[in-house]
Design a protein around this ligand. Structure first.
Ligand code: 5RP
Length: 262
């Protein structure tokens, strides 16, 4: 691996722990004004000191993040669909590598949809992106998006992660599932998990803890942080789990004590 690639990867996955807390705020690329991100700048700014990297589109980056930031950027470069469109898997590359370089990003991210109608298109998109990004030492994060008809189990997610890694992705993002260690063990590159839909804070911490203890290299978490009533406390709690190996109980100390327990 060349120096530039290694340097960028170490901006995303922290060499001190081999882990990462990525803050995902890219949802608007197919959801539009997602709850919690309507005024994205206001939401993102207090979370930045606790994020190892920020995952978002170029539009949101330009509009909502100060160019003075030292937080590494993971640029979402796939899209072309919407939640109300014909098929969510109908994605292509939306942002060029020249643009990624111009924006000084640490990595680029693209979704693949294994088992969907547009599987081939998204896998060829990933391959094209990797070929281009490789030229400039830019790592690619492959996101294993799951179509409505697919089951998020270890068999399916192992296949999706492994295919992404075989095509050359440097990091893979997937979902947590039962037997998650099987997904990690059969994937030769670091695996990070998405948080998924907003759940109770304690359950989201349990999810992060289960993933880390079963071999995940970190989280690329969005809604369970920025849709929480306590986003700054949540990201700190997640950080403690990811980087310090904190238990759920210890991490939960970042959260305010529920009123009835006072
Ligand atoms: C969408 C994405 C999102 O970034 C991802 O789902 C992470 O966010 P959340 O934790 O809210 O699920 O990649 O394809």
């Amino acid at each position: 691996m060349d120096w530039g690639m290694k340097n960028r990867l170490s901006q995303v996955i922290k060499p001190e722990t081999g882990r990462t807390v990525m803050l995902a705020v890219d949802h608007g690329y197919f959801l539009g004004p997602t709850k919690g991100l309507e005024d994205a700048e206001k939401t993102i700014e207090p979370l930045l000191p606790f994020a190892d990297s920020l995952m978002l589109t170029r539009g949101l980056l330009r509009a909502s993040v100060c160019a003075c930031t030292s937080v590494p950027i993971v640029l979402r470069v796939s899209g072309g669909n919407s939640i109300v469109g014909e098929d969510l898997s109908n994605e292509g590359i939306t942002t060029s590598i020249r643009e990624a370089i111009r924006l000084n990003v640490a990595a680029v991210a693209l979704s693949i949809y294994i088992g969907s109608k547009y599987e081939h298109q998204t896998l060829m998109g990933l391959s094209t992106l990797i070929n281009e990004a490789q030229e400039y030492g830019i790592p690619v994060l492959a996101v294993t998006a799951v179509g409505k008809e697919m089951v998020r189990d270890a068999r399916y997610l192992s296949m999706a992660c492994r295919i992404a890694a075989e095509l050359g992705a440097q990091v893979v993002k997937t979902y947590y599932c039962d037997d998650f260690e099987k997904v990690v063990k059969s994937c030769p590159v670091p695996v990070v998990i998405a948080g998924g839909k907003k759940i109770a804070e304690l359950d989201a911490l349990k999810l992060a803890h289960s993933a880390i203890s079963r071999g995940a290299s970190g989280v690329d978490m969005g809604r369970n942080i920025f849709q929480s009533r306590y986003p700054v406390e949540m990201i700190q709690a997640v950080r403690a789990i990811v980087h310090e190996g904190a238990s759920v109980k210890k991490a939960a100390k970042f959260l305010p004590v529920p009123k009835k327990k006072r």
